[in-house]
Design a protein around this ligand. Structure first.
Ligand SMILES: Cc1cc2nc3c(=O)[nH]c(=O)nc-3n(C[C@H](O)[C@H](O)[C@H](O)COP(=O)(O)OP(=O)(O)OC[C@H]3O[C@@H](n4cnc5c(N)ncnc54)[C@H](O)[C@@H]3O)c2cc1C
Length: 540
């Protein structure tokens, strides 16, 4: 099993509570709604994003592609990311990055492997109909660096070393207070500011869920003796040792011989206060392993739990939440960053259309409607995974039973599709199985040239693929917003876990790569889908 799957790590300690927390830093009181508009005239933006982690960076890229004036406010003064967080990308996240033409940047820096797994069973995706039937091992600091380079190229401004400390909404926008005493005004504010999101608290959005049942120390350290590298179970729970440098050979993680060691240990107690120290780590090593392996020189030491929470709403008028600000859970299964990046890709084009006046603001409600259930499912699966991890004999029996069930082809495919994100299905109504599912990256022929579907999505604009006779589908009044591509394709239509589906005569693809309408040879339902997703008909 790859190292990044072994991250039981996670979660910030402390209160993840929502509305009742202090909404605004007392040193930086929130601006009054009518205060300072004139002097902040130069600081107006269509969208302000609080937080430049993976979610905020991806969202900024999506908005910039749509030509929206966006600024990111990021607490960290530099791009450095302290500590180890996500260890890689799952298949659907790779597809999403492929849709924007940047997946090769990630593939060039990471290592491909089968990483989706549940109950100790690796769920091999290699038979799935996708160009990326695998995961990619790549540490989060590299993922963030590549995303930050991309949004630099797109001209996005990031205010680093500055925090969002408060907000006030009015009819027309949001006043955003910053820790340097200045403020910004935006039509919309998106909180991508992590699990302890100040934006979520200031907007009064509740964050219900489950308190921690397990706690873990995680650290990067030097050790005088080499610990047993890999994942281990003991009466304390799970612990692991790995080196920062590793290679994947024939599906196996091969650690470097030297270099810092990444340690993860289950703590005896949940709810320890204060930042963990080297002494805490040493004591935990002795308790779990009977030795501290001569641990010294930590680069960082952190603690995470399995606290599991989800924002009650992803939208409170002009404030939206995405990524960890909207959902937190244990890192088992490596899902958090994937959810955040895909939240951003679901929200980006919708928000762009709303600020440009193309769509009514009710389009933003579809963001909650589509993404909340996806994260709720991940929370449920992750809690199940944590429960199955317990070391007692009854849980071991249950884990073995679940592993056996996953041996059946249908369950294996269903779980592989779920954990890789390839099986995501937004409820867009009854009809063809493609409706609400990801568009496969087919090899098309367009004007006698070979063209991949995902190459047509690079600009994050809607595309209608017409496989019928030339001119068979007329989108007249939406022609300024939706690109029509007359395409040829005579291969199979297959979806992960579902298998073969009937070839459609036409498909309307949203900028996030999900299918909004499927044609059967007529244009029945097309104008309804066009106006639902891409604004009213242009009669000018
Ligand atoms: C140990 C560990 C292992 C993990 N392993 C995996 C894995 O293998 N796979 C996976 O998919 N996920 C994993 N995760 C989860 C993943 O790291 C998170 O889901 C991901 O970082 C969420 O991205 P985000 O941008 O939403 O939030 P964050 O990464 O938390 O980014 C939030 C950003 O906002 C900034 N910020 C905070 N408050 C403010 C403010 N008030 N104003 C301005 N800026 C602010 C922060 O500095 C930060 O840069 C792991 C997490 C941990 C802790």
């Amino acid at each position: 099993m790859s190292m990044w799957l072994s991250k039981w790590a996670v979660r910030e300690r402390g209160n993840h509570g929502g509305a009742s927390d202090t909404a605004t830093d007392r040193r930086h009181p929130a601006p009054r709604a009518n205060q300072g508009r004139d002097e902040r005239a130069a600081s107006r933006h269509a969208v302000v994003i609080a937080g430049g982690g993976p979610t905020g960076l991806m969202l900024a890229g999506e908005l910039a592609l749509a030509g929206v004036d966006v600024v990111v406010v990021e607490r960290r003064a530099s791009r450095e990311l302290a500590g180890s967080r996500a260890g890689g990308l799952h298949a659907r996240t790779l597809e999403v990055l492929d849709q924007r033409g940047i997946v090769d940047r990630f593939l060039a820096q990471g290592q491909v492997a089968q990483v989706a797994g549940f109950a100790g069973v690796v769920l091999d995706l290699s038979g799935f109909p996708t160009r990326h039937p695998y995961g990619l091992g790549l540490w989060q600091n590299h993922i963030e660096r590549i995303l930050a380079d991309w949004i630099d190229e797109l001209g996005v401004n990031i205010h680093r070393g500055c925090e969002v400390v408060g907000l006030v909404q009015d009819e027309a926008g949001v006043e955003v207070a910053l820790s340097d005493g200045t403020g910004l005004r935006a039509q919309y504010l998106v909180g991508c500011d992590g699990g302890r999101s100040r934006v979520r608290k200031a907007a009064g959005i509740d964050f219900p869920g489950w308190d921690a049942t397990t706690s873990h120390l995680i650290a990067e350290v030097e050790m005088a003796q080499t610990p047993p590298l890999g994942i281990h179970r003991s009466g304390f729970g799970i612990h692991s040792f790995g080196r920062v440098e590793y290679e994947i050979r024939n599906g196996e993680v091969i650690y470097g011989d030297t270099g810092p060691v990444r340690v993860m240990l289950t703590e005896a107690q949940v709810g320890a206060a204060g930042e963990p120290t080297l002494e805490d780590l040493r004591a935990a090593l002795i308790a779990v392993c009977g030795t501290d392996y001569g641990v010294h020189s930590p680069t960082w030491i952190s603690r995470f739990t399995d606290a599991t929470r989800q924002a009650a709403t992803y939208r409170e008028r002009r404030v939206l939440l995405a990524g960890d600000a909207a959902h937190v859970h244990a890192p088992d299964g490596g899902q958090g960053l994937q959810l955040g990046v895909q939240d951003a890709v679901n929200l980006g084009w919708k928000l762009a259309q709303v600020v440009k006046g193309i769509s009514p603001d009710s389009l933003l409600d579809s963001y909650h409607a589509e993404r909340h259930p996806v994260a709720a499912r991940v929370l449920r699966t992750t809690m199940a995974s944590i429960a199955l991890r317990r070391g007692d004999e009854r849980t071991t029996a249950l884990r073995e039973t679940v592993a056996e069930l996953l041996g059946a082809e249908e369950s294996r495919q269903r779980f592989a599709a779920m954990l890789s994100g390839l099986g995501i299905h937004y409820e867009l109504g009854d009809g063809h199985p493609l409706l609400g599912r990801r568009m496969p990256d087919l090899d098309l022929v367009v004007a006698d040239e070979a063209v991949r579907v995902y190459a047509l999505l690079r600009e994050a604009r809607p595309v209608l693929l017409d496989f019928g006779a030339p001119g068979a589908v007329d989108i007249g009044a939406w022609a300024d917003r939706v690109r029509v591509v007359e395409a040829g394709y005579d291969g199979a239509w297959e979806l992960p876990a579902l298998g073969a589906v009937t070839a459609p005569a036409a498909v309307l693809i949203r900028p996030d790569g999900y299918v909004a309408w499927v044609g059967d040879g007529s244009d029945a339902g097309l104008s309804t889908a066009l106006s639902e997703w891409f604004g009213g008909a242009n009669t000018a």
